[in-house]
Design a protein around this ligand. Structure first.
Ligand code: T6T
Length: 333
């Protein structure tokens, strides 16, 4: 057998090592490429809706090898959100995902992000009229809007409440405050549906609770004092719904005043089972977060992205709340 001299064998071995080393460097190259940082600024940090959205965003960030920054204010309030946004811009992430807490007050602050070269995508809520990349208006600059169809959500709520009330009676909307795209649209969809299809339902004045469940509960009592025949209430977001439901319970009107809830925190499960709440309209916040990160990543890597990504609802009742396919849409802290 032909024997290779030791000297040559060592030389071959060295060449082999060099090749392996080269390949490992080459395969490590993508890992050496810069990791994108994407910031997610929620409406507020302590709301199960945004906590669940954060979880979805984290899942996408992990899958894509992105660093996710989560910074927010403790309350749903533009005065508190703008300084958070400014601080995030100063850290210069590669993209910003934000749930703007006001349709007009966040326009100028977000322009600063664009001026700093940071692309903006809005999640859950929008600025301006929510029509982006149209070439007109002063708020069309975000690249995409990823959210539920909130007008449709309001329509679903109206139908459910009207049906629960046998198509007649007095109702009102328990809402956060004007100027928030999501909750404004839910109220709009609710009122339109009632007007078009339920002529025997009277919609009383909206009560604004500033995202405070205790305020929503006392407002229920006050509306009831003025309207002893009150038949239903639509809680247009998590705190409005929980508060309205608590108000109904405290007034001893369980089952008499029907409650339709937007959003699905864990507390809603008991309220559905006890009959306090007729339906809860769960949004898919994890999906919003996931697609938010995916869209930002796609943009950062040179892909074009949809200007609007619509996420769905899951309508939860006492009957289906234990079904795992439904239960998974309950928000978690
Ligand atoms: O309903 C959600 C969100 O969609 C809305 O914009 C603000 O309120 C919630 O976060 C629930 O509290």
């Amino acid at each position: 057998m032909h024997r290779i001299p030791m000297k040559h064998r060592l030389a071959r071995l060295a060449a082999g090592f060099a090749l392996v080393a080269l390949f490992s460097v080459a395969s490590a190259l993508p890992a050496l490429a810069r990791t994108f940082t994407i910031a997610l600024i929620p409406g507020l940090t302590t709301d199960a809706f945004y906590i669940t959205m954060h979880r979805g965003a984290e899942a996408a960030a992990k899958a894509l090898g992105v660093h996710l920054m989560f910074q927010g204010a403790p309350e749903f309030n533009p005065t508190l959100q703008v300084p958070v946004l400014d601080a995030v811009i100063a850290r210069h992430p590669d993209a910003i995902l934000i749930a703007p807490t006001d349709t007009t007050q966040l326009i100028e602050p977000l322009k600063k992000a664009v001026a700093a070269g940071i692309p903006v995508i809005t999640v859950d809520t929008y600025i301006g009229n929510g029509h982006y990349q149209t070439g007109f208006g002063n708020a069309d600059f975000p690249l995409s809007y990823i959210a539920s169809d909130n007008v449709l959500g309001g329509e679903i709520a109206a139908r459910a409440l009207a049906q629960a009330m046998g198509g007649k009676g007095k109702v009102y909307v328990s809402n956060v405050k004007p100027g928030i795209s999501t909750t404004d649209q839910r109220e709009q969809g609710f009122k339109l549906e009632m007007k078009l299809h339920y002529p025997h339902i009277t919609v009383l004045s909206t009560q604004f609770n500033n995202d405070d469940a205790n305020t929503a509960a006392s407002q229920l009592q006050a509306v009831l004092a003025r309207n002893p025949d009150l038949g239903g209430v639509f809680g247009a977001n998590l705190f409005s719904a929980l508060g309205a439901a608590n108000g109904v319970k405290a007034a001893g009107k369980l089952g008499k005043i029907k409650v339709v809830a937007f959003d699905a925190p864990t507390a809603i499960v008991g309220d559905l089972k006890s009959g306090l709440v007729t339906i809860a309209i769960a949004q898919h916040p994890a999906e919003i977060g996931w697609f938010g990160v995916a869209a930002a990543y796609a943009h950062l890597t040179g892909q074009s992205i949809p200007v609007r990504i619509g996420t769905g609802f899951t309508v939860i009742t006492a009957k289906n709340v234990d079904d795992p396919a439904v239960k998974k849409f309950i928000y978690h802290n």
